[in-house]
Design a protein around this ligand. Structure first.
Ligand SMILES: Nc1ncnc2c1ncn2[C@@H]1O[C@H](COP(=O)(O)OP(=O)(O)OP(=O)(O)O)[C@@H](O)[C@H]1O
Ligand SMILES: [Mg+2]
Length: 298
């Protein structure tokens, strides 16, 4: 394990895949896991929010990250998405163009170039914009790329017009997928909680990610909405073929749809495996229920 040397803004060159194969004698990028987290540590002063954490997430898989409150789950997402720079460790995304070391990249590069999208524990939509506008704004990087900040873009000439049309088509597709088409013109902030959560997922999917990170998407949902969420996430996994990383407290969601689960407690991984094994793991049960006190144990 070595101290990470955060080098902001660096992106692996197209030849990186070949180099990593040559140096590490390793596999081509597309054969490994989609995401590898290796020995990541994130400290705040003396507090180890994430402590020497390693795990991986596969393509076309739902990998859940669970654990009691304060276990370090959101901090882990903040490290993966570039909001925090871990003091130690490596986070590798096996991008089709070659491995990308996320701990070295700025957050906007991680979302725009690496293809990592996220939703937030506390919903972050543009509350005063319409539902549809939220989905168009999410695609601003593609639209700005097509306009090339040029007069042609401003005048709506062909390349920009095509990009704009595609952005609207993508937005309509995801509105339909999450069942919000009839509410396209409503203000996002006026929607019920469950709808806002689905809109956040649609917004993330409009960026066409390789990895979708969801921070408690079932929080505040009723059982019917949770069941709909399960179907939506399985659909995304199966139809879009991307990796999903899921933080969730609702075990009816986690156990039903996860392919793989990593359990954190006080920043450390205490268990990893398939749902059935995790459910029966004594360390996991202890972390959630606490140690029985002496009187109860007797
Ligand atoms: N910016 C920060 N500065 C200082 N401490 C922080 C910061 N962010 C998180 N922490 C601390 O790190 C620990 C992990 O927090 P985190 O939010 O990652 O937990 P979590 O597993 O997402 O919990 P929850 O299930 O309640 O959302 C907590 O003790 C928290 O107080
Ligand atoms: Mg959290």
């Amino acid at each position: 394990m070595s101290e990470a040397q955060p080098k902001r803004g660096a992106i692996e060159a197209p030849g990186a895949k070949r180099r990593s194969q040559a140096h590490g004698g390793g596999r081509p990028a597309l054969e490994g896991p989609l995401l590898s987290v290796e020995h990541v540590t994130m400290r705040f002063g003396g507090l180890f929010a994430v402590n020497d954490l390693s795990f991986s997430a596969g393509r076309k898989e739902i990998t859940a990250v669970i654990g009691p409150n304060g276990a370090g789950k959101t901090t882990l997402f903040n490290c993966i998405t570039g909001f925090y720079k871990p003091q130690v460790g490596r986070i590798t995304l096996n991008h089709p163009s070659g491995p990308m070391l996320l701990e070295r990249l700025d957050d906007h590069v991680i979302s725009a170039k690496a293809g990592v999208a996220r939703t937030f524990q506390n919903i972050r939509l543009f509350a005063r914009m319409s539902v549809l506008e939220n989905l168009i704004v999410a695609q601003h990087t593609a639209l700005m790329g097509a306009s090339a900040f040029s007069l042609a873009g401003l005048l709506g000439l062909s390349r920009y017009a095509r990009a704009e049309r595609l952005a609207v088509e993508r937005a309509r597709h995801w509105l339909d997928k999450v069942g919000l088409t009839s509410l396209a013109d409503e203000e996002a902030g006026s929607l019920p909680y469950g709808h806002q959560r689905r809109l956040e997922i649609a917004r993330a999917m409009c960026t066409e990610p390789l990895l979708l990170c969801l921070d408690e998407p079932a929080a505040g949902l009723n059982p019917r909405e949770s069941a709909e969420l399960n179907r939506l996430l399985l659909d995304i996994r199966d139809e879009n073929g991307i990796g999903l990383l899921l933080i969730e407290h609702d075990m009816s969601v986690v156990m039903e749809i996860s392919d793989h689960i990593a359990v954190l407690d006080y920043g450390k991984k205490i268990a990893e495996g398939a749902p059935a094994a995790i459910k029966a793991d004594p360390a996991v049960i202890r972390a959630y229920l606490g140690e029985p006190d002496e009187e109860e144990a007797m």
